[in-house]
Write a protein that binds this ligand. Structure first.
Ligand code: 1CP
Length: 344
């Protein structure tokens, strides 16, 4: 049986417009919270292929989304490059020794050696593929080099990005060497995810909007395109989704060999369609907080369906679902997307 999600990524006609939700495996699901408690902490869950597989499959069973997304985190990559990582409850990820100098960077493991350490991710993928229904797709993912570098340089999440932007403007060569090293690891990492069985790749550039538009290509997009070029040369049949969050001013300059452009909720879908719809399938982009209200959800889904009716589209949120969203509203969103777009 074909996978409707993969077909839609490749721009083929499908019986309805498929849907999944960013962060669909997570804390809004009681079933997730139960497994997370058993695991003890978040990194243990990422390191345990049985449990990671279980929480990956939960939203497929519970919500009937068209694709599963591998349960892991973008930060396992710098962690396996040698940066000690903790997830502090209530505060998020923290790296013990952020990168400050060339020596700090040189101390990290690069390229294939780092990618080879992520065996628990590849094991998880193999388990998921054994259990996932034939008509559902599995999305593998990575953080974009820039988004990963923000954590590696700041040591944690940030509102101002002042430490990595200080490097951007006062020592851009060092920032480029960090980005280039991460890019090499990510190329191998995504290649190994493909070899383990993922059907689609998504590259999350969650902190794209921190970069001024004139510098976005230089410090982020071009590295994402290098990863896409590497994968497309070897695995042309695997669709690639690029998700740079919050860059409406850069839409005119988007280029590269990939399949799907993930539209975030701050970008009007009609604008994305006008600028990119003839070159890429568009994914998105309901404001995630609309999930608090079924009425607000319906209004947005109908409007998106209307905007994209002759366009190539995948339904999604415009960023991740939040932990306090009612499960019934998430179910409502998924079913509504599939129903409003059904082609007889
Ligand atoms: O206690 C917990 O359960 C921790 C919460 C959590 C979860 C459920 C974290 C910590 N990561 C994840 C899983 C996760 N992270 C997934 C798989 C689940 C799914 O999507 O269904 C994915 C794809 C990610 C990716 C991720 N991690 C991104 C990019 C996507 C995005 O939402 O923008 C980012 C920026 C991270 C970093 C991270 N990991 C965790 C947190 C709380 C954060 C964000 C910290 C910050 O705001 O800076």
């Amino acid at each position: 049986m074909g996978k409707i999600f993969v077909d839609a990524c490749l721009g083929k006609e499908t019986p309805y417009t498929p849907v999944w939700m960013m962060r669909q495996a997570g804390r809004y699901l009681p079933e997730y919270r139960a497994v997370r408690t058993q695991a003890g902490n978040f990194l243990n869950l990422c390191h345990d292929p049985q449990k990671a597989c279980e929480v990956t499959l939960q939203p497929v069973d519970i919500l009937d989304v068209d694709a599963a997304i591998l349960f892991s985190d973008i930060l396992v990559v710098p962690n396996e490059m040698g940066m000690k990582l903790d997830f502090v409850t209530g505060e998020g990820p923290v790296f013990e020794s952020p990168i400050e100098t060339q020596e700090d960077l040189d101390a990290l493991i690069g390229a294939e050696a780092a990618a080879n350490k992520l065996t628990y991710v590849y094991e998880t993928i193999k388990l998921i593929k054994e259990q996932l229904a034939q008509d559902k797709a599995l999305i593998g993912f990575t953080g974009a080099p820039w988004t990963l570098a923000t954590y590696m340089i700041e040591g944690q999440g940030t509102k101002t990005y002042n430490i990595c932007k200080k490097m951007m403007y006062s020592d851009p060569e060092l920032l480029h060497r960090i980005l280039a090293k991460v890019t090499e690891v990510v190329k191998f990492y995504m290649e190994k995810q493909i070899q383990a069985g993922i059907d689609v790749v998504q590259i999350f550039d969650s902190w794209a909007a921190a970069i001024e538009p004139a510098k976005y290509d230089e410090f982020s997009w071009k590295y994402m395109v290098q990863i896409a070029d590497y994968l497309k040369a070897k695995y042309p049949h695997i669709p690639i989704i690029m998700f740079p969050k919050g860059i409406p001013a850069f839409l005119d300059k988007v280029y590269g060999n990939f399949d799907v452009f993930g539209v975030d909720w701050s970008t009007p879908m009609a604008l994305a369609k006008e600028k990119l719809g003839d070159r890429y399938v568009l994914q998105g982009n309901m404001e995630p907080c609309r999930l608090y209200s079924q009425e607000a959800t319906r209004e947005c889904v109908e409007s998106l369906a209307n905007t994209m009716k002759e366009g190539r589209h995948i339904f999604n949120l415009g960023h991740g679902i939040l932990p306090d969203v009612p499960v019934e509203n998430a179910k409502y969103f998924v079913k509504l997307c599939q129903d409003v777009s059904r082609r007889k």
